[in-house]
Ligand binder design. Structure first.
Ligand code: SF4
Length: 634
């Protein structure tokens, strides 16, 4: 068994209740490593094309990386993969917290779940022993209650629990999975897949140390990184303000998404700003497993009109902006409440809030009426309405039943031109970063295998001038100079090819993007040395970048098999139009032709057909994926 791994891949069939363990060879681990690459190996090998995402035939895969649980900063993460009920494409989401490291300590490298139980169940894994336990008494309960009951009935407060709330049970297409009540596999509706399998939770307890090649070396590097955190503005900012750190500069620059992206003129931006957040709702900051950066927010509100329980953490940038300016709301206490409800019912905040903002615009335009909303005045800025609609979506009540399908499907069902107001790529709602001021993020929205997402690569701002952290610290990957955030030419395309591969690699290793360059303090040299010290493999950046590329190509083939083509690599129309209102009024539109040219160049740089975007057989051979050639010939 190679260092860094347990050597055990757990298979569970919930239909037949069979449980077995696979013991892969070292070369398997050295090819697929873990996280998204390992999960995609099983998705491509064990799932038939065109599987219904909510059927027993979908797989649900939990896969930490080889570094998950090492005592280095920012290495708590694990991937969950399945075919997405929101997009119909490869579905994937990474989470931090504590559950991934616990799974490794329990002696498991990954869990592959098939089938569907006839009654609700949860999995209990303790030091390699696996039980399927009854969960009928937990079905319908929110995440806080469920966690309390499981810990009590297993008589162990140190158990780590990944679970779904009522939204997952009710098959809300953007339901997510949470561990320790605050850490989310957020996007793509993976919680609905878990709900369709009647799997309420996976409770894990591990007491064995992870077998690392040179643990002392990892501790020494960790100490060096930790000592530099207070002097590094990026890490310091993350600790002080979390991901909401940039809101002040964004609203002043004039690109805070407002009223469903219909304008950028949000007059009350300072009510959402990081300083306001810290003064009004922040209770404390917290961290994930072994991470000294501690960027996670915990909030508390205790007022007669609104109460927010700190056990559910606190809103990050995406929740503050999507429930805030995107819905025309400037009251952080209500935003924190909407975030808390999403967390206890397990719904992705970006998709929930964007779908609500879409319905608000439909209401404003007269496409939805009071009859559709059961009397709720669904106007932008109505903060009480937001809380009601979140409840209705989670429980699929009234209009909530329609919105639980996501904005894309809801628009098709509503008709009457509602599709003009959806903001999505491949069926997934866009995050709160505007491609008109970050064209690289726009390329990633369009190309992402799992629909628009802001975590597919580092953002353009880390490369904007010669003093940017990405330019200073990533020369080892060939990034030698700055590129303007609004440039969409060949230098931007080449830069984002590298960044896509690099972050795909981090999602394969179990590394948090916020711990290392260009987003934070850890360097490329330190990261490489940690990987070598964990595995004992004298690996290089060449091998590692090929691994990142391998996972991108596997996802691309999976989606091709499902019928996705280059036509699905798009941006919402709103980004091809100028900003409306605020300091950027009348400027900023992305030129559609330039964007298409950039996409085609990117296909070529990736070794894909320049028009089709399909990986060429030679590229698959180069990456050791020749077994996928038949898939692209079909
Ligand atoms: S940087 Fe933040 S999100 Fe990442 S591992 Fe550390 S505490 Fe968790």
């Amino acid at each position: 068994m190679p260092y860094g791994y347990t050597g055990n891949i757990l298979h569970v069939n919930l239909s037949t209740k069979e449980i077995w363990v696979e013991y892969p060879e070292e070369n398997f681990y050295r090819t697929y490593w873990g996280g998204r690459a390992l999960a995609l190996y099983y998705m491509l090998n064990q799932m038939k094309p065109h599987t219904d995402p909510l059927s027993p035939d979908n797989l649900l895969i939990f896969a930490p990386g080889v570094l998950t649980g090492t005592p280095a900063p920012a290495m708590p993460r694990y991937t969950v993969c399945a075919k997405s009920p929101l997009t119909g494409a490869q579905g994937e989401a990474e989470a931090g917290g504590w559950w991934g490291p616990e799974l490794k300590k329990a002696g498991i490298d990954a869990i592959i779940i098939k089938g569907s139980s006839s009654t609700s169940v949860y999995l209990y894994i303790k030091d390699g022993k696996v039980e399927i336990k009854d969960a009928t008494h937990l079905w319908g309960k929110d995440t806080g209650e469920t966690q309390k009951i499981i810990k009590k009935e297993l008589a162990d407060d140190r158990i780590r629990i990944a679970q779904i709330g009522p939204a997952g049970e009710n098959l809300v297409r953007f339901a997510n999975i949470v561990n320790e009540l605050k850490h989310f596999n957020g996007r793509n509706g993976l919680g609905a897949v878990m709900g369709s399998k009647k799997l309420k939770a996976i409770a894990v307890r591990g007491t064995k140390p992870i077998n690392l090649y040179n643990k002392e070396k990892i501790k020494e590097i960790s100490k060096q990184i930790t000592l530099r955190i207070p002097d590094n503005p990026l890490s310091r900012n993350l600790r002080e303000f979390g991901t909401v750190a940039g809101i002040t500069s964004i609203y002043k620059a004039g690109w805070l998404p407002t009223n469903n992206w219909s304008t950028n003129d949000f007059k009350k931006g300072e009510n959402l700003a990081e300083e306001t957040y810290n003064k009004t709702i922040l209770k404390k900051n917290e961290g994930c497993y072994a991470c000294p950066i501690r960027c996670k927010r915990v909030v508390e509100v205790d007022e007669p009109s609104v109460k927010v329980d700190p056990i559910y953490g606190g809103p990050e940038y995406e929740a503050v902006v999507s429930f805030g300016s995107l819905c025309g709301i400037d009251d952080l206490k209500y935003i924190a409440k909407a975030n808390e409800l999403c967390n206890k019912y397990t719904m992705d905040v970006i998709s929930t809030a964007t779908t609500i903002a879409f319905s608000m615009q439909c209401y404003q335009e007269g496409i939805l009426t009071k009859e559709d909303t059961e009397g709720i005045e669904l106007n932008f800025g109505n903060k009480e309405a937001i809380l009601k609609i979140v409840e209705m979506i989670a429980h699929r009540k009234g209009l909530g039943n329609l919105l639980a399908e996501g904005s894309y499907r809801a628009a098709q069902k509503i008709g009457k031109g509602a599709d003009k107001f959806i903001r999505q790529v491949k069926g997934q709602e866009v995050p709160m970063h505007d491609p008109r001021v970050k064209t690289g993020v726009g390329l990633q929205y369009a190309l992402s295998d799992y629909g628009a997402d802001h975590m597919k690569a580092a953002h353009d701002s880390y490369f904007k001038d010669k003093d940017s952290w990405g330019v200073k610290e990533m020369k080892g990957l060939g990034i030698l100079g700055p590129v303007s955030p609004i440039d969409i030419g060949q230098n931007k395309v080449a830069l984002f090819k590298l960044l896509d591969i690099y972050w795909s690699l981090l999602d394969t290793l179990g590394v948090c993007d916020f711990g290392y360059v260009p987003r934070s303090v850890g360097t490329l040299d330190e990261l490489l040395e940690i990987i070598r010290s964990a595995t004992g493999w004298r690996t290089t950046w060449f091998e590692l970048m090929k691994l990142g590329e391998r996972s991108i190509n596997m996802a691309r083939v999976f989606n091709y098999r499902e019928g996705f083509t280059s036509k699905d690599d798009t941006l919402p129309e709103v980004f091809y139009q100028n900003f409306k209102g605020g300091p950027l009024d009348g400027q900023g539109a992305i030129n559609k032709e330039d964007f298409q040219k950039a996409l085609r160049l990117r296909y070529q740089l990736m070794g894909w057909g320049p028009d089709t975007g399909i990986p060429a057989p030679a590229k698959l051979i180069e990456l050791g994926l020749d077994w996928l050639i038949d898939e692209i010939k079909r």
